[in-house]
Design a protein around this ligand. Structure first.
Ligand code: OSB
Ligand code: MG
Length: 367
């Protein structure tokens, strides 16, 4: 691929409003932006979606920086890469660290698609040029949640997700259902329930929810299987799906009926496609998750969501859902509940360098 250099940038931006989950409240977002440049001056872009602290996965910005600098980038430097397909085996001797691997792999795929002059979504066989968008309402204040839903309904979002915990769940869902009996609504518990809360989960089962996302522990496939056998509402696994293997395990065990695929969490494009293909065979429902991302990662997700197995609208919202200004142009813009995919090569978006430089706290170039 004639690689010239790899640049890591650490950026930080405040969220427009705090993002409240059962595990943590996110007020600002750090991210590692990876640029892989070839000798002709073409650049591919990837984004590391780990958070600053290990509340959602073990990986953090700091562990990703370390693994990128000390392991992944040096490994790549020793090889001649003709196709990003090679990366998975080059990375093979590094266990885990999926978010670091994914960010780098994404940058390589974007560059590769640009070198081939094709949009990334077409390179991977995407079957549609527009995708349906869902949005997350993450506030403990139910009044604020109503206001946000009204705003997002104007943009026509196709699927609405609220964050719950055992204390708020029934109260919030009941209120929302009274006002919006038909809203395509789902809930995300971020593993805040245990089977001791079974009575609450059984009450939740009566609200025609599209699904209940990750009610139980992140590494507990067996209890999710038991819970699914007791509920009509599909269980969706998010935190539990840490790899291709865990997706297979969850499918075979029947730990849920839906999988939320996050490219970063499972290890990148190839891992996500592997899960996608397997889930089609197993009749497992899929949607593409979000990580409070900047536009580079949103663009990769939008391309992934164009694959045929993604039949449920994902957490892929407008840039303006989180940011005053995004690092790409044009920004991601949900209209009538849809995102139209760009036909430009690669991720199909330009980089807004003035915003990127302004948000950068650190920049390091590897040649
Ligand atoms: O549990 O799906 C989650 C954001 C950060 C960490 C975990 C989760 C989320 C979201 C999606 O809910 C947010 C988004 O739309 O990007
Ligand atoms: Mg989730």
């Amino acid at each position: 691929m004639n690689i010239h250099s790899i640049t890591l940038r650490l950026i930080e931006a405040p969220l427009k409003q705090p993002f409240v989950t059962a595990l943590n409240t996110v007020m600002k977002r750090e991210s590692i932006i990876i640029e892989v440049r070839d000798i002709n001056g073409l650049s591919g872009w990837g984004e590391v979606v780990a958070f600053s602290s290990p509340w959602y996965t073990e990986e953090t910005i700091t562990t990703c920086m370390y693994v990128l600098k000390e392991h992944l980038i040096p490994l790549i430097g020793k090889q001649i890469i003709t196709n990003p397909d090679q990366l998975q085996s080059i990375y093979g001797i590094v266990r885990g660290h999926h978010m670091a691997k994914s960010g780098l792999e994404c940058a390589f795929w974007d560059l590769y698609a640009k070198q081939q002059n094709v949009p990334l979504y077409r390179l991977f066989g995407g079957t549609r040029n527009e995708i349906e968008a869902g949005v997350v309402i993450a506030s403990n204040d139910i009044g604020a949640a109503f206001e946000q839903i009204e705003e997002y309904m104007e943009a026509g979002y196709k699927r609405y997700k609220i964050k719950i915990n055992p204390k708020t769940a029934i109260n919030h869902v009941e209120k929302l259902r009274l006002t919006y009996p038909e809203l395509p609504l789902m809930v995300d518990a971020n593993s805040s329930f245990t089977l001791a809360d079974l009575d609450i989960l059984i009450q939740l089962d009566e609200f025609q929810l599209m699904m209940i996302e990750q009610p139980l522990d992140h590494d507990d496939l067996l209890q999710h299987r038991l819970l699914q056998s007791m509920l009509k509402t599909p269980i969706c696994l998010d935190e539990s799906i840490t790899s291709v293997q865990m997706a297979y395990n969850a499918c075979e065990l029947g730990s849920g009926q839906v999988i939320c695929v996050k490219m970063g969490r499972v290890g990148g494009w190839k891992a996500a496609i592997n899960i996608h293909d397997y889930c089609i065979k197993k009749n497992m429902n899929l949607w593409c998750g979000g990580m409070i991302e900047f536009g580079i990662s949103k663009a990769h997700n939008a391309a992934l969501a164009s694959l045929e197995g993604f039949q449920i609208p994902g957490d892929i919202s407008s840039s303006s859902r989180f940011w005053n200004e995004d690092i790409i142009y044009p920004e991601i813009d949900v209209q009538k509940g849809k995102i139209i995919l760009s036909e430009k090569p690669g991720i199909g978006y330009g980089i807004n360098f003035s915003v990127l430089e302004r948000l950068s706290k650190m920049k390091e170039i590897f040649k």
